[in-house]
Each structure stands twice: as C-alpha cells, then as structure tokens.
Design a protein around this ligand. Sequence first.
Ligand SMILES: [Zn+2]
Length: 440
Amino acid sequence: MPGSTPDYVCFTESLSKKEVSLTSGIWNLESEICFNVRMPPTERLYYSDSHLIEFAAIVTDKTDRVSGWTAVTLDRTAFYPTGGGQPSDTGTLNGERVLECIDDEENGVLHVIQGSAPEVGATVKGRVDWPRRLDHMQQHTGQHILSQAFVTLFNAPTRGFRVLHEVCEIDVELTNPTDERVERAVELANNVIWEDRQITIKEVTAEEAAKLPLRKDPARSGELRLIEIEGFDLTPCGGTHAYRTGEVGLIGVRTWERAKGLTRVEFVAGTRALADYRRANKTARAVAKLFSASRDDSARLAARMVEENKELHRRLRSLEEIAARVAAEELLAAAMPNATGVRIVTHVFDNRDAESLKHVAQALIVHPNTIALLGSREHDAARLVFARSVDAPGDMNVTMRAACDLLDGRGGGKSDLAQGGGKNVDKLPAALDQALQSLN
Ligand SMILES: [Zn+2]
C-alpha cells in the first residue's frame, strides 16, 4: 500500500532471488549489493521492528503458482521473504504453516502455505517462528560485528558471507592470517557484544550516505537503509537485526583457511555458538574417556598416542623383516632345484600385505638362482609378489600379468620384480601354479 516503508532489497552476487527455492539451505548476505527497488504494496513490518512476530493483515491476492503450493499476498507482513539474500522466515497464517516467503517484484511478498489458504479479503493472523528469526538475526548481526572487527584491527573488509546449515562463513581480505589474528577479531567482536551496544536503523539519501563512514559501499543511488551499531559499525543492509548487540550472545570462530586469495572464516553466533560448543564438548569428552583423562588433556594424550603408534609401526616393520628372513630360509630349505638348477619357491600366506610379501621375496632372492612366487589371501582380495634373483631366468612382469588375469585383477612391474592382485581369491593357488608351470 502507498505509504509503506521504503523498500530496500539486498541482491546477492551469487544467488539470485529466482534461484532461491523452498529447499535452499544456503543464503548469501554480505556479497549483497544494496539498492532500492520499487516494490509492490506489501507493507514490510520487519523493516521497522525485527522483533514483531504477531500481526494482523488482509489477504490481497491468492495464487497457486509457487512450486505447486498455494501462496497469498497480504497488505502488510512481518515475514521476512527469501529473495533479499536472507532466507525467509517461517511461521503460520491463521494456524496454517507458512513454509517460505518469496519476494515477487510484481506481486509483493508471497506467503507459501501448506494447507488451506485463506480467501482474498480475509483478515488473517500471522505468526513468525521466533527461534528461526532469532537465529537469522544473531548470525546476521554477528556477521556485521565480526566483519567490522576485521576492518578495525586489520583494515580487512569482508567480501562474501554465507549462512550454511549449522555454521556461517565470511570471506575476508585478511593477508597473513594466523590463529592469533583471527582470535583478536573474535575477542573484539565479543567485547562489542558484551558491551550491549544499541543497534539502530537509519534511512538516508544517497547524498547523505556519501558523507557517512560506511563499512561497505552501497554502489547505488537512491534511499538507503543503514544498520548502525552504536559507535562501532555503519553498513547498508536490508536484513533483520538484533535490537542490541547483547542479543547476539557469543561469536566463535571454528576454523579458517585461505580460499581464492581471501581468508575464509567459519563462525557461529548466538544459539549456533551454544550448539557448536555442545558438539565440541561432547567430542572432546568422548576422546578424553578413551584415555580415562580429563577433557582438556585429551589433545595432548592423543598426540602422544599418535607418536607411540608411529614408533610401534617402526618396530613392527623391523620385526617383520626378521620374520621375513626366517620364513624365507624355511621356504628355501623345502624347495628343490628344477632341471636347470633354479629353485622356484611358491607359497600362499594368510593376511600379509604387499609390503610384508615383498620382504619375504627379497629375503629369498638374495640367494642365487632363486625365484619367489608369493601370494597372500584375505577375505576379499588376493595379493601377489613375484621376484627373481639377478641370475635366474624369467620375466616377472609378464608372469604377473597372466596371473592377475586369472585373479580378475591388475598387476605388473619389472622383469625381476612385479606385484599385483585381484578379487578372485579362490583362484590364487591356480594363479601361482600357472606361474610356476610357465617358468619351469
Ligand atoms: Zn547485512
């Protein structure tokens, strides 16, 4: 209706409003380019009061063209619609579920209803889901605060913002990121939260905006909606924000990484920060329980265990080498030279990896005129290592390829050493026998 609040829409660079769907779990706020678009006459109550969740309105239109659902437009709404870069609110209209709201330039805010939609002209009672609205506000206001903290400390502006299912990401122009620098920004952001600063909405002309120290360039003419965090941040934005910074509760950074020349910071605010703390605490306590240790000792104990494990592996390998030499001697003692004086040793082991088979083969072929045709059987795989001493005849590569064909697998190597395997475990003795026959 005429006289409604001026409409400002923040379009995202990467996610157009036409692409936002009922199932979209991602939205993009800070890569927004804010500008004013003359919207149809839905009075947007959320612009002036982000905490208004109950309202009465009149149905102005009804359509069933949205994804098979029925949608209604109202003369006024407290529902924040998808399409401004921020995901829509959900809630109820006269008790029926509102699944999503979509900004439609021609028809105003479409409220997609699950169930029976009210008729045109009916007065309806709307109710916005508060936990979801609060979450959106905490992430969005939290992002403004964290982004300004990076600007204040490191002159590092934010170039992108995404709210994912459980976490949020900002892409910051932060060169030389370190844990220490990121944590300094987190520290400042949380101090601003705990100072409980007032957040106000300002509407200014482009000329007025040009004289203001905006964190982001609106890059557009016309009236602008600004979000001001008292004494800290001033940014053009069309989103719903907390009344005071204290409402954000807490900001935590989970991790960061370099991405496309920027620093991608993964953060959580408000209820997400609490949920994330609970998950992290649960994980840390589960790890600590494995060590029968206190929670905060678990990382140190896990690191020590990894080191011990590496040392055990080193020791195991050297013991395997000794065992391989013993096994080789036993196999060699049982092998009779053939007509040409070559000793061909064939044997199938249980559950030896390729490395272990290779150790036995190598221990065998240090002896002259010796060929080793070794296999290992596991429940779902057969392994082979074929090797010969320098003075023994035969091409192990050729022999291996033929054996692997039989095993329905792959393998190869050089003429004196080849390895392979296959899934046809039952054919392992036959594959070794075939190799033996070809070399005799
Ligand atoms: Zn914003």
